[in-house]
Design a binder for this molecule. Structure first.
Ligand code: ARG
Length: 455
């Protein structure tokens, strides 16, 4: 491609470090789309003849078929996907192929291809998140009043419903979806026509190619167009945050599925056995999702580090952008699919959740609140009274609502039998009707809100 100035081919190790076609062949479809748009524009602008324009597009169509059908012979000697396609085009249509690269450089070409790819990755992430939200919503609907312990510090805190817990993740994944949508909208400008870095003297029409590729507009600065990869960082940042949320849910599934908790049963389809211990059913999928954050955040850190301190405009460092994004995207797509499958398939065990909630005295706050409301006790003092009653319940080996009135009155003589109305788990949950609270009426409202939004 650049034989004019060169007397020798590259050293073997030079080819080894330079070659990218093994991974950037994933941009083939985007590269072909970019070239089609560019060729059509060149012809329409009279920069190349209509016949050459048509020959190029026909040749690109043939290449598309060859790649789709696995018949395309990728060559490492041709470095990257761009030169592989251009060289094959020359074999198919001859000299006209040489006109395709008029008013274009691989620098704006690769930036365009990659934006198109990452834009699609954003759409995939949004769809994957929506599927996961629907799975969580299904569980929330089934368990709007299934009581479980709500935790702080992983210690039983106050009773909540499993539906409420599931909806917390629906909210997180909604924000993740927004982040991908915002990233996709921001990156939707076309670098094509920036050429190597400075633009081109040919009378190109960048609006035309931008529109043909579904971009909102051409990028305004040619240096920025070829040098920037913050669109890829945007994607990986959104992916990293989504992966954080996925890893938290994964960790909870691991905890819930352990027999000591037993809050959920994972389906056989999403568990594995042990090669030595016959009784085992392991939550491998959840564990792997929990771990994938390593790859995804690792990709973000890797690409941020590549970009840091890089002088404008293009430098070959930028070739390192692709594997980071591909690795991160593969891990994210897989994690989303696995998590949606697990959430769809898992069976909640309300009896276990309830037993764990009972054991943790989680209505102690309700007891303190009752003293504040009914006896006008200052909250700090009420907290002390309720604490003493919890201690007594523990000694007696009973739940809070089973502590005899006489025992309570030894601690606070003014307590009367009306207190028992606030001590059952249901009473506690039903009372939390503040907006966003765990009361089943509120949870059902939120379910209706999300049903509508996700339909
Ligand atoms: N394979 C290259 C990349 O991914 C394409 C751009 C090459 N441009 C250049 N000036 N060498 O970045």
């Amino acid at each position: 491609m650049w034989g004019g100035r060169f007397e020798r081919g590259p050293a073997a190790i030079m080819e080894e470090i330079n070659v990218s076609v093994e991974f950037d062949r994933r941009l083939a479809e985007q590269d072909l789309a970019g070239s089609r748009a560019h060729a059509a524009m060149l012809a329409r602008q009279g920069i190349i003849s209509p016949e050459d324009g048509e020959a190029i597009v026909t040749g690109l169509d043939q290449i598309a078929a060859e790649i789709r059908e696995g018949r395309f012979a990728f060559s490492r000697a041709l470095e990257d996907i761009h030169l592989n396609i251009e060289s094959r085009l020359a074999q198919i249509i001859g000299a006209a192929a040489g006109r395709l690269h008029t008013a274009r450089s691989r620098n704006d070409q690769v930036a365009t291809d990659f934006r198109l790819w990452v834009r699609q990755a954003c759409a995939r992430a949004e769809a994957g998140l929506a599927a996961l939200q629907r799975a969580l919503l299904g569980q929330a609907e089934a368990h709007a009043d299934t009581i479980m312990p709500g935790f702080t510090h992983l210690q039983p805190a106050q009773p909540v419903t499993f539906g409420h817990h599931c909806l917390a993740y629906v909210e997180m994944f909604a924000r993740d979806k927004d982040r991908f949508a915002a990233a996709a909208a921001r990156m939707n400008e076309s670098p094509l026509g920036a050429a190597a870095l400075a633009g081109t003297p040919f009378p190109i029409d960048r609006e035309q190619t931008a529109k043909a590729l579904g971009f909102d507009r051409p990028m305004r600065n040619s240096l920025d167009a070829v040098a920037s990869r913050d669109f890829a960082l945007d994607y990986l940042a959104a992916a990293s945050i989504a992966a954080v949320h996925l890893s938290r849910l994964a960790e909870e599934i691991v905890i819930w599925a352990t027999p000591s908790f037993g809050f959920v049963k994972l389906s056989d389809a999403f568990s594995t056995g042990s090669s030595i211990m016959p009784q085992k059913k392991n939550p491998d999928a959840a564990e792997l999702v929990r771990a994938k954050i390593g790859r995804i955040l690792g990709s973000f850190v890797a690409l941020t580090t590549v970009m840091k301190g890089l002088a404008l405009a293009y430098a070959k460092d930028l070739q390192e952008d692709k594997e980071a994004v591909f690795n991160g995207a593969d891990a994210l797509d897989l994690s989303l699919a696995a998590m949606a499958g697990m959430m769809d398939d898992l069976t909640a065990v309300p009896a276990k959740m309830r037993a764990a909630a009972e054991a943790g005295f989680p209505t102690a706050t309700d007891l303190a609140d009752w003293c504040v409301r009914e006896l006008q006790t200052p909250f700090r003092e009420a907290h002390h009274i309720a604490g003493a009653i919890v201690k007594r319940a523990e000694e007696l080996g009973v739940t809070l609502d089973q502590v005899p009135l006489g025992e309570m009155q030894k601690i606070e003589p003014r307590i009367n039998k009306a207190v028992y109305a606030v001590l059952p788990l249901e009473a506690s949950v039903n009372a939390r009707v503040s907006f966003g609270g765990t009361a089943p009426v509120r949870v059902r409202e939120q379910i209706a809100y999300w049903r509508e939004k996700l339909s």
